[in-house]
Design a protein around this ligand. Sequence first.
Ligand SMILES: Nc1nc2c(ncn2[C@@H]2O[C@H](COP(=O)(O)OP(=O)(O)O)[C@@H](O)[C@H]2O)c(=O)[nH]1
Ligand SMILES: [Mg+2]
Length: 464
Amino acid sequence: MIRIMFDIDCNDTIVACATPPGEGGVAIVRISGREAVSFLETSFHPAGQGMNSPLESHRFTYGHLFSKNGGLIDEVMAVVMKAPRSFTREDVVEVQCHGGQILVKRIIAHFQELGARLAEPGEFTFRAFLNQRLDLTQAEAVIELIQARSDRARQLALQQLDGHLSQGIHTLQDETANLLSLVEAWIDFSEEELDHPSNEEFLTKADSILQKIKHLLSSYDSGRAYLEGISILLAGKPNVGKSSLMNTLLGTERAIVTEIEGTTRDFLEEGYNLDGLPLRLIDTAGLRDTVDLVESIGVRKTKDKMETADLILLVLDSSEPLNLNDRLAIEACGQGRILVVLNKCDEKNYDHQNDIGELPFVSISAKDGTGIGDLKEAIKEMYPLSSGQEGYESVVLTEQRQFEAAQKAQKAVQDFCNHISQNQPFEFIALDLRQALDALGEITGETTPDQILGRIFDRFCIGK
Ligand SMILES: Nc1nc2c(ncn2[C@@H]2O[C@H](COP(=O)(O)OP(=O)(O)O)[C@@H](O)[C@H]2O)c(=O)[nH]1
Ligand SMILES: [Mg+2]
């Protein structure tokens, strides 16, 4: 879609419905571009005023919308937002009409008849980006805000829309640019001639940049978790209480619980909001060696799913010694992120510490609810999110492409450090810093390749 967008004429005046399709109390048709205001003025009759009186910017006016040949289309409220004080920084008109699909179609067709073009998906936001009303992280925040699935996700997206991440990146860019100018100042001098700053001095400055990038990279896991949600797989041998735990967490009898081994044979998936952290809880078939065909398919599918889950809750029964199937389950967890749940703590307790080694664990009883609070805290602690609005600590990466660009910047600064230590010529090490600056610019959209821009704006719907 965006490929078309790069070819399209951004001087066109565009129109689209800004509200979701379907019936509603009102719908909003949005028009942006240099002819937006004149299109409205030729067809809108404000109530109680002369038809030609100019509409005041940022003020709603009640009136009627008429077609080219004079037929009444609808009774509407209209607002003009004169450039640059608008979302796209162009002249924008919004018409609030009655919320009917045919009506919206008719109004859009009317503005098309006057010369407007139907907007591509995301084109309003794309124009806001082109006109520097938003940078790329802010454009992404618009989608994140619309798609936010919890209140914490909403706050995070809003913070990014407000330019929090952009400012964090600008701080890094400034520091990197300062270091670059320090290096460039010595390019034209031979090394023996003058006292250039010591390697330590360069390395200290580079290290300050690296620390900030490291913080950014580590924030991504939590940022993504809060915005997209995380999948949590309940794994373990049969009868350890996986389904019971699922039910206790959800507070419903979602999964069937019996004392018969192999009851759960397929996946059960349920959403759960853990204090703003959106979880997808997945109950699985117990892991064990089995000859039952259906059950063994379940076991294989569980193993596959363990590789893609964000977090595995490995449930063990603390009321009995571990056996071969428990060890199979521990092994199957592989390299994933694991939290061991020692269930049935209401019964006799065996010590499983030796078997779980360094893995983090919590003791619970799915039956009487003991330790469920600790389990929730332990999950949240795995996705720490600073709640403060101030300082670098609270800058959060939320998109994979931001993460990848930050990794590129990290590598470039790391290369710089290595090349400084090897006493490489200044021309050469200046390149490392320029690469770091390029990578940082990708995050905010200053140096982002077109195909990445395309992928970002493709995620928008028409009218945004
Ligand atoms: N005493 C005790 N029994 C439990 C607990 N959790 C589950 N059970 C029992 O263990 C059996 C198996 O539970 P279930 O949830 O079906 O295990 P799954 O096969 O791992 O899904 C059932 O009889 C449950 O009532 C617990 O915390 N304490
Ligand atoms: Mg079960």
